[in-house]
Design a protein around this ligand. Structure first.
Ligand code: THU
Length: 140
């Protein structure tokens, strides 16, 4: 299986900046917005451990901060023995902006790629469509 070159390159570049002094497990992630633009992130750990951020969270944040709220594809890369898939919390974070059909690529240390749909990683999920329209507020 192959991963999109642009997503993989962006995730690897971000991973080089991972702040992972506690776990030693550097992770890179990249998401593609509906525009085609790619946003990357790395994990950012904290001395107060629970305050650490996953690479996917950082990439999603960069995407939204750039004005994009639809994610069509994502990729995670780590030096893991098997492809690292997004943690449960990050699956839910992706769910906010991506459809069930969105491909999520996981790449390990040897470049082995596993691709899943978001819906297969987070089946029967809770998302924005479950809330009444009246509960959605605009930012302005
Ligand atoms: N981590 C990610 O950034 N993304 C994942 O998909 C899995 C785990 C980070 C969190 C923590 O900084 C380190 O990897 C070890 O769990």
């Amino acid at each position: 299986m192959t991963a999109p070159d642009d997503l993989l390159a962006a995730a690897r570049a971000a991973r080089a900046h991972a702040h992972a002094p506690y776990s030693g497990f550097a992770v890179g992630a990249a998401v593609r917005g509906a525009s085609g633009r790619v946003y990357a992130g790395c994990n950012v750990e904290n001395a107060a451990y629970p305050q650490g951020l996953c690479a996917e969270s950082v990439a999603i944040g960069a995407c939204v901060a750039s004005g994009e709220t639809k994610i069509v594809e994502a990729l995670v890369v780590a030096d893991s023995v098997a492809p690292t898939t997004p943690c449960g919390a990050c699956r839910q974070r992706l769910r906010e902006f991506a459809a069930d059909e969105a491909p999520i690529h996981a790449v390990d240390a040897d470049g082995v790629v596993a691709t899943y749909s978001l819906g297969s990683l987070l089946p029967h999920s809770f998302g924005p469509s479950h809330l009444p329209p009246s509960s959605r507020k605009s930012a302005t």
